[in-house]
Design a protein around this ligand. Structure first.
Ligand SMILES: C[S@@+](CC[C@H](N)C(=O)[O-])C[C@H]1O[C@@H](n2cnc3c(N)ncnc32)[C@H](O)[C@@H]1O
Length: 348
């Protein structure tokens, strides 16, 4: 879909007065942390329209596109990536499907994106065990690695490691054997089913035998050491399910939509409330407005009622269209400082 470049210019011409007013409104929305609430780590989620994959002209290009989203999520320490489907994603016109003509393996843009994102987030040494062969994974070997802190190399030592539970039983002790990507498997005290991905508290003792370790929460490395420990991936069958199936008890408490039709504010003017769970949404080819229009439970709803803020993160764009994967990088950089300010004010 082509977008008139005039729109961007028009927005750029918004008076300083209007811009200040919007910034002031956002500042007013800031709320003090609830009294007596226990300390929590705020999370940042992104939602991405999966049908962008369907426009890729080959499976290899689709894979590279998914790889870019995984890199962006990792570079900007995103906690959750939600891939939402829309009508277009199940279309028979899909370019990738055409390329894979004759194959029954093409799963559609959103499930494909989910699979590649999950695969890349998983440390290399666990992939063989956790990901059975699949046609969608044919080109993943071409992608640059995420090189995230939880992709711990064999010669490195961190107090935490990702692992997979094994079938065999440890000799002479109860518990479970876990492959954590070292020369020898380790033993954890919990009794667990084989084939599960777990986070193991390794401690500082580098002896692999005779020490019984513990499976811990994947949030521990971040809580204890401030380490980014990867993103979770969630599939949503449409944009409304991004919100209704949110895994956090009270949902996302601040939701941002991104669009060239959004408000124009400089990054320093953007002020978020003290969020617990922030969500930043990116639309497909026709933008979030189209995604909302195509969703039966949101149809007819003004996009500004769906999101707390609707922002243009790249005013005055030179290209008629900014692609979703480009907008993710641009926007996440744009939101870095506002997020940092909101998070710091919680800790104060
Ligand atoms: C191809 S664009 C869709 C174009 C559409 N007219 C729009 O609403 O921006 C795909 C997605 O990229 C993001 N995007 C594109 N331009 C943007 C901009 N200037 N500011 C923020 N996000 C943008 C939005 O998430 C949008 O849904």
């Amino acid at each position: 879909m082509k977008v008139e470049i005039d729109d961007g210019h028009h927005q750029e011409e918004e008076g300083e007065h209007k811009r200040r007013k919007k910034a002031k409104k956002m500042k007013k929305e800031r709320t003090a942390p609830e009294e007596g609430t226990s300390f929590h780590l705020p999370t940042v989620s992104i939602a991405v329209c999966g049908s962008i994959i369907d426009n890729a002209q080959s499976l290899e290009l689709a894979t590279r596109l998914a790889g870019q989203i995984a890199r962006a999520a990792t570079i900007f320490r995103i906690d959750e990536v939600v891939v939402f489907d829309d009508k277009a994603s199940s279309s028979d016109e899909s370019c990738v499907k055409t390329v894979l003509d004759g194959s029954t393996d093409y799963e559609g843009g959103a499930p494909f994106l989910v699979r590649i994102l999950q695969y890349l987030e998983t440390p290399q040494y666990l992939r063989r065990c956790l990901f059975p062969k699949h046609n969608s994974l044919r080109f993943v070997g071409l992608l640059p690695p995420l090189d995230a802190p939880h992709h711990v190399r064999k010669h490195e030592w961190l107090p935490y490691r990702e692992g997979v539970t094994l079938k065999g039983k440890p000799s002479g002790s109860p518990g479970t054997l876990v492959d954590v990507g070292l020369n020898k498997e380790v033993v954890v005290e919990q009794t667990l089913e084989p084939g599960q991905r777990v986070t193991v508290a390794m401690g500082s003792n580098r002896q692999l035998e005779s020490i019984i370790r513990e499976v811990t929460s994947p949030s521990k490395p971040r809580e204890e050491l401030g380490l980014y420990w990867g993103y979770k991936v969630r599939y949503a069958s449409n944009i409304s399910c991004v919100f209704t199936e949110c895994p956090f008890k009270d949902g996302y408490d601040y939701k941002i939509g991104t669009s060239e039709h959004g408000d124009v504010l400089s990054s320093s003017e953007v002020c978020f409330p003290n969020f617990r769970h922030l969500l930043i949404a990116f639309g497909g080819l026709g933008g979030l407005e189209e995604n909302i229009e195509e969703d039966t439970s949101l149809k007819g709803k003004n996009v500004r009622k769906v999101f707390n803020s609707y922002l243009n993160t790249c005013p005055g764009q030179g290209s008629r269209t900014i692609r979703t994967e480009e907008a993710i990088f641009i926007s996440l950089q744009y939101f870095q400082e506002p997020i940092k300010r909101a998070v710091t004010s919680v800790a104060d």
